[in-house]
Structures are given as C-alpha cells and as structure tokens.
Design a protein around this ligand. Structure first.
Ligand SMILES: [Zn+2]
Length: 187
C-alpha cells in the first residue's frame, strides 16, 4: 500500500511518501527522465536473485517480484497514455485504457509462471524508456498544465510523470522487502 500525499507547494504538485522517502520536489523532468532510463538497471540488480526467490510470494497476499515487475510496467504505460491525453488538453477515461499496453496490472492469483523473467524485465525497461522520452520532451508549459488525474485529483503533468516514477521506485522497495523477508529465518 503506497502511503503518500500530493502537496501543493510553490504552485506545483509535489508527491511525498513517508514509506519509501520519495520526494517530488527533488525531481525535475530531467531527473525523472534519467531515473526512468536507469530503471531497468536498478531493477535488474535486484533481479539477480535466484528465479525461485523472485517467483515466491513473501506472504500469500504479497506479490512476488515478477508480479510486481509486470504491474509496474503496466502502470508506467498506463500513466504515459493518460499523460499524453492531458498534454492534448483531454482528460483520461480510465475505462478506455488501451488493452494492448504491455505488462499485467492485476495479480489476484499467483500465476507468475505465465511470465518469462527476461522478457518481464525487457517489458519494464521498454515502458520506462518510453516514459523517459515523454518526460524529457515536455515543454515548461506542458509540465505545468493541470488535469484531473482520477476522481477529481488534479495534478500537473509533471506531477503525473513523478507519480509514475514514485510508483516504480516504491514497488522496487516492496520487492526488496519481500526478498529480505523470504531469506530471513522466521521469527
Ligand atoms: Zn513511496
């Protein structure tokens, strides 16, 4: 569960999370693009663990690393889809989300054998590179343009990009915690 708030600071919308420490004020679009470009490397380091470990759920209700990677790829792609609509001055109807976006958003049941490890990381990397390209090409005017992200939650487009970055970084922390839990002896 992501514990965060969007704060309105100095005319911008700043996402701050007291669980993973994400602080949007430290992330301009150059930073966001750089972090998205490096995302696959950061995840790949964690994914050097054994595939048995990466496919184990730490608890029955906590996704395994592969499931989180699939979810995060889907989230990044979905948020880029929405953000591109906002740039065009349109709002995103999430029920119209394209069905052909990469990654699997939901994992109600543990069935990660459907997903190959290498292609999962490739899918995540491709989504992140695409978002990096989107972020770096936003004009200052576009970055500040606001939109109803969902259910009345208004954010700038820059904040929407940062939200995707936070989601990815937060889930990497979730994975690392899960892997630690799986390796430590039960107390
Ligand atoms: Zn967080």
């Amino acid at each position: 569960m992501t514990v965060y708030q969007i704060l309105q600071l100095e005319g911008d919308f700043i996402e701050v999370c007291d669980e993973c420490g994400f602080d949007g004020v430290l992330v301009n679009m150059d930073d966001a693009a750089a972090q998205f470009r490096g995302l696959k490397d950061r995840w790949s380091l964690v994914f050097t663990h054994s595939e048995v470990l990466l496919r184990a759920r730490p608890t029955p209700e906590t996704w395994c690393a592969i499931e989180y990677a699939q979810h995060t790829a889907a989230i990044i792609g979905a948020i880029e889809w929405a953000a591109r609509l906002y740039v065009d001055g349109r709002s995103a109807d999430w029920t119209q989300l394209p069905q052909d976006l990469a990654g699997e958003f939901d994992h109600a049941h543990h069935a990660c054998e459907r997903f190959d490890l290498t292609s999962t990381l490739d899918t995540l990397g491709s989504a992140a590179i695409s978002m990096a390209s989107f972020a770096i090409n936003l004009t200052t005017d576009e970055q500040a343009r606001t939109a109803d992200y969902s259910g009345g939650l208004v954010m700038s487009i820059a904040a929407v990009v940062r939200h995707a970055l936070h989601d990815a970084e937060h889930h990497l922390l979730d994975i690392r915690r899960g892997l630690a839990r799986l390796q430590l002896p039960a107390t």
